[in-house]
Design a protein around this ligand. Structure first.
Ligand code: TEU
Ligand code: CA
Length: 552
């Protein structure tokens, strides 16, 4: 049934709120997306992963869903959505929807019913527990949520607590209840019937909570308790059920957002011989610069482990998404002098790894993280952090500095389409600040310039197709593993190979081909610098230079 088309695909993520505003109210929407479909086709991507566009009170920008079968008012209607997916399909672009079923919104009908009384038929759709302590005024366990604070909230109506691993407006669904699993299956099939090509499954690793909901052991873990619900005891069973009743019936891509897992677990849950996920997003490489500076050698080591996965396991490669700060200046210098070299170097590496590459909106024009004032942060996580810092003034300055680097808001500023007011994103003031660098960094200017990041991506995507079989099936080898300046690796398949060199620094660096590969029998497939015949096989890399050689 499954062609596994995603193994040959490049996927583009759209965060609808910030992509393009079609009706001039300052908020991105579906008509805005429709107006940019030619742009996506031109770029050459094969699929779009659309962050949630369902009905939602937007406590967490759509990751809190109040109706899984309808479209958010601000984004448009089901008719608009249909026109969008038809437009995508007409251009050979598939659509991956976001499936957010670890939790719903507290404004979902299920939760409204559930909280109304202890004997409501929907009571068991969520986790309800009595509080601890004499008066029941302490939460049922010591778990902490992703957005700071307890993972429980007290509800007056019935005098019990409900669980929420994210905001208190995102109550966790109770997957042990077979009715909940059936709801998920029905939702998936509803969208498959409308033509979607797969799902990106939000925090899917958290759906099965271990029986007993025991206290978390490690008091220093910011997510105290996570060991009791990350890949919980019935995880595989529940996912296999949804897979059997829905996902496997379609030629779909099911990519799980797998927070909290390591390489060994990844190997188990994204193996195509098992009816679980097709592939996953891992987070390990995102933690390299969690505290302190980015260290390339550590990053490479983590990625290399995923690159050496068994042939039945398929991975996904990303550097950016709506939860992460931008690559620039995270991994490379943000100065205008280097920006495009950095952007294209990172693109080259990401695109030449085994696994499906993802591009997050704006990455293809080298958008950067954005400086924000205290009142310009919009993300609930940032807002909660700022509230906390205001209670602990001593650490506020340092805290705000860290926030500016890590905040999810960095990736959520409006897409920069042109040099017009509001970056051509909208005709009205956008819901979130536009990065002031839009005058220099925007799609229109980029594409008209002699060195265009967009054009480079386009070329890279096309070239990747020529070698994707070597990337998928070739044997991985790495050189200069310990280096913090260069990333050098190859994939060999019989006599054919792909060989990649990338300079992560601003200094010239010489790659000694006695330790790497003699490329004289290969051709230069891509390079982000201008080069001449004479230096094609002289391996001196300029600042942020990346080269790919291929022998077919
Ligand atoms: O993210 C899950 C998740 O684990 C994040 O909270 C992550 O830890 C954090 O963003 C790291 O920077 C998913 C969605 O991608 C996110 O946007 C949602 O807020 C969250 O689930 C809840 O649905
Ligand atoms: Ca709008």
């Amino acid at each position: 049934m499954k062609s596994r088309w995603y193994k040959d695909a490049v996927i583009y993520q759209i965060y609808p709120r910030s992509f393009c505003d079609g009706n001039g109210d300052g908020v991105g929407d579906i008509r805005g997306i429709i107006s940019k479909l030619d742009y996506l086709q031109d770029l050459g991507v094969n699929a779009v992963w659309l962050s949630p566009c369902y009905k939602s009170p937007n406590d967490d920008n759509g990751y809190d869903i109040s109706d899984y079968r309808d479209i958010m008012d601000e984004f448009g209607t089901l008719d608009d959505w249909q026109e969008m997916i038809d437009g995508m399909h007409a251009r050979g672009i598939k659509l991956i929807m976001d499936l957010v079923v670890n939790h719903s919104s507290d404004e979902h009908e299920w939760f409204k019913q559930s909280r109304s009384s202890k004997d409501n038929p929907y009571r068991d759709y969520y986790f309800w527990r009595k509080g601890r302590g004499k008066d029941g005024k302490k939460p049922p366990n010591n778990w902490r949520g992703n957005f700071l604070g307890s993972a429980w909230d007290y509800d007056e109506t019935t005098g019990e607590w409900y669980m929420h691993l994210f905001s208190k407006k995102q109550p966790d669904l109770h997957w042990d209840n077979p009715k909940v699993r059936q709801e998920v299956i029905d939702i998936c099939n509803y969208w498959f019937d409308k033509g979607v090509d797969g799902f990106r499954c939000d925090v899917i690793t958290y759906i099965s909570k271990n029986q007993g909901l025991k206290d978390g052991k490690n008091p220093f873990n910011p997510l105290r308790g996570v060991e009791n619900y990350c890949l919980g005891e019935n995880w595989e069973k529940y996912i296999a059920e949804v897979n059997r009743e829905s996902w496997s019936k379609y030629d779909s891509l099911i990519v799980g957002e797998c927070a909290g897992i390591n390489y060994e677990q990844a190997k188990q849950i994204a193996d195509e011989t098992k009816p679980v996920l097709d592939t996953l997003f891992n987070f390990e490489h995102m933690f390299v610069d969690f505290v302190g500076k980015f260290k390339l050698s550590r990053f490479k080591k983590i990625v290399a482990r995923y690159q050496r996965m068994p042939s039945t396991v398929w991975t996904s490669n990303y550097l950016e998404n709506h939860d992460q700060p931008r690559c620039i200046p995270r991994y490379v210098d943000g100065d205008e002098e280097y920006r495009k070299y950095g952007a294209t170097m990172l693109a080259t590496v990401n695109m030449m790894l085994r696994g499906t590459p993802y591009i997050y909106q704006g990455q293809e024009i080298g958008m950067t993280s954005c400086p924000l004032e205290e009142d310009e942060y919009k993300d609930i996580m940032s807002v909660n952090v700022i509230k906390m810092l205001n209670k602990h003034k001593i650490i506020k300055k340092l805290g705000m500095k860290i926030l500016s680097k890590k905040a999810r808001d960095n990736a959520r500023t409006p897409m920069q389409w042109s040099g017009e007011k509001y970056a051509g994103f909208s005709t009205a003031e956008p819901w979130m600040k536009v990065n002031p660098n839009y005058v220099d960094v925007n799609a229109e200017k980029d594409r008209a310039s002699e060195f265009s990041v967009f054009e480079y991506y386009k070329d890279l995507i096309a070239k990747r197709k020529q070698v994707s079989h070597i990337l998928a099936d070739g044997e991985w080898q790495e050189y200069y593993e310990k280096s913090n300046q260069v990333w050098v690796f190859s994939r060999k398949l019989g006599d054919a190979y792909v060989y990649v060199e990338a300079n992560y620094g601003k200094e010239l660096v010489e790659i000694d081909d006695r330790y790497t590969m003699d490329t004289t029998d290969a051709e230069l497939l891509v390079c982000n610098y201008k080069y001449c015949e004479a230096n094609v096989h002289i391996h001196t890399l300029r600042p942020y230079e990346a080269r790919v050689y291929v022998k077919k």
